[in-house]
Write a protein that binds this ligand. Structure first.
Ligand SMILES: Nc1ncnc2c1ncn2[C@@H]1O[C@H](COP(=O)(O)OP(=O)(O)O)[C@@H](O)[C@H]1O
Ligand SMILES: [Mg+2]
Length: 423
């Protein structure tokens, strides 16, 4: 089976190794030899049409015709005539008779893209063909017979259409015999870079130049972009990059310069997924937590050192909030400890107010404290948060609006937290 899939990929130029793609390919292979109806589900540009061609070409109908019809692109008034044909004078402008696709492609395959957009009356006619092979040309009363295999595709939720009365439920069940799901590119990130390389190579071959390559951060940019237009968009972007770039090796920045859309619509994820394809692996998560934890610890160590320095040298901070990263005012000049290293600079130096001192310095009054206690204290996010809220409220004489602004949270969040901490 695996070998067969590889051969098909080769033959039809299908790139990708993701589980989702392989599963879809294997279903397509199994169903190809039968006459069963198929619905291919997937967003625009994921390769639905490619799949329909694979199924047709692997089927006994391969020597008869194949046609792809986009139901969303044919005006409602003409779709019946296009599909089933019409008689002379059937409607204004029908100067001659015309064969429809169901007649022309007798023995072959019709791919009905965007099936969800098919008008309700056409759906009824289609159901009849599927059930009995019978159809009637527009303006005729003669029943004709045809043997066509239908492969449908949709990028919308047909169940929703059914609920809204826009899609016939009986047709849905008739078509849905074998569903194939082609996943969007953002759910098969491991395919992105190989597709990029293939498109870059194809482009370079056509224009006889060197294929573009990406730096590591360039590759990460490509893999974290959400690709709303899927493979079609990736192909376009690769071509744009090939044309616009001055050098063959591109980094993230130069990619965004060439194709600005790459700087937007990013997924909140770390590229290079684990084999299970489930986003960040536990191992990666642990590393990230460890990193954050270490940083927090370093910060606390630094705070202890600084506060010790301040205490030992009998220095005073004009704005002690800085030690907790409050970032208020840094216009001190007398202290050798440069507060700018600890907070965002502000314009308004505050008065020294002992009650305003963070836990860290207030403990000075209690004489005995150890470094470990400080670290302990600061590791509690909740305690720090509570403390900051008290400070902010005190600073603004209990005015919540200003306090919330100072804390960089909404008034509503502040209100919730005041209740939570029973302040
Ligand atoms: N797995 C794939 N490997 C390489 N090219 C692909 C693959 N899937 C789709 N393509 C290409 O992507 C483009 C969009 O595919 P298409 O089948 O038209 O998407 P859809 O019908 O879902 O909108 C086409 O140029 C197609 O050749
Ligand atoms: Mg399409």
């Amino acid at each position: 089976m695996e070998e067969q899939i590889q051969a098909i990929k080769q033959r039809f130029g299908i790139i990708g190794q993701s589980q989702g793609l392989m599963r879809a390919l294997s279903t397509a292979m199994r169903v190809a030899g039968t006459d069963l109806s198929v619905i291919i589900y997937g967003e625009s540009g994921v390769g639905k049409e490619v799949f329909s061609k694979i199924i047709h070409n692997l089927s006994p109908r391969k020597h008869n015709g194949f046609i792809a019809i986009n139901c969303g692109a044919i005006p409602e008034g003409t779709i019946n005539s296009e599909l089933f044909g019409h008689e002379k004078g059937a409607f204004t402008g029908a100067s001659g008779e015309r064969k429809g696709y169901f007649e022309t492609y007798d023995g072959g395959t019709i791919f009905l893209d965007e099936i969800g957009e098919m008008p309700l009356d056409t759906q009824a006619f289609l159901l009849r063909v599927l059930e009995s092979g019978e159809f009637i040309r527009v303006g005729s009363s003669k029943i004709q017979h045809t043997d066509v295999r239908i492969i449908a595709a949709t990028n919308v939720d047909l169940q929703e259409k059914i609920q809204k009365g826009k899609f016939r439920e009986d047709l849905f069940y008739r078509l849905n015999t074998v569903p194939i799901h082609v996943p969007p590119l953002r759910e098969r990130t491991e395919d992105i870079y190989i597709l990029f390389r293939k498109f870059a190579r194809d482009f370079a071959e056509n224009y006889r130049n060197e294929p573009i390559r990406l730096t590591e951060d360039g590759r990460q940019l490509l893999e974290s972009y959400s690709w709303p237009g899927n493979i079609r968009e990736l192909k376009n972007v690769t071509e744009q990059l090939s044309i616009m770039s001055e050098k063959p090796l591109l980094d993230a920045q130069s990619m965004i310069r060439c194709v600005p859309q790459l700087g937007q619509r990013h997924l909140p994820m770390i590229p290079h997924q684990s084999e299970d394809g489930g986003g960040i692996s536990m191992q990666e998560r642990e590393i990230l937590y460890q990193l954050l934890f270490d940083m927090k610890k370093d910060l606390n160590d630094l705070k202890s050192v600084v506060s010790e320095l301040i205490l030992n040298n009998d220095l005073r901070l004009q704005n002690p909030g800085q030690l907790l990263g409050l970032g208020e005012g840094d216009k001190r000049s007398s202290s050798p400890v440069d507060s700018r290293s600890f907070g965002r600079g502000g314009e308004h130096p505050t008065e020294v107010d002992r009650s305003d001192l963070p836990i860290l310095l207030r403990e000075e009054e209690e004489e005995d404290y150890s470094e470990s206690e400080i670290v302990e204290e600061n590791l509690s996010l909740e305690a720090n948060e509570k403390d900051l809220i008290v400070k902010a409220l005190r600073k603004h004489d209990g005015r919540r609006k200003e306090a919330a602004e100072d804390l960089g949270i909404s008034e509503r969040t502040l209100y919730r937290k005041i209740k939570q901490y029973q302040l």
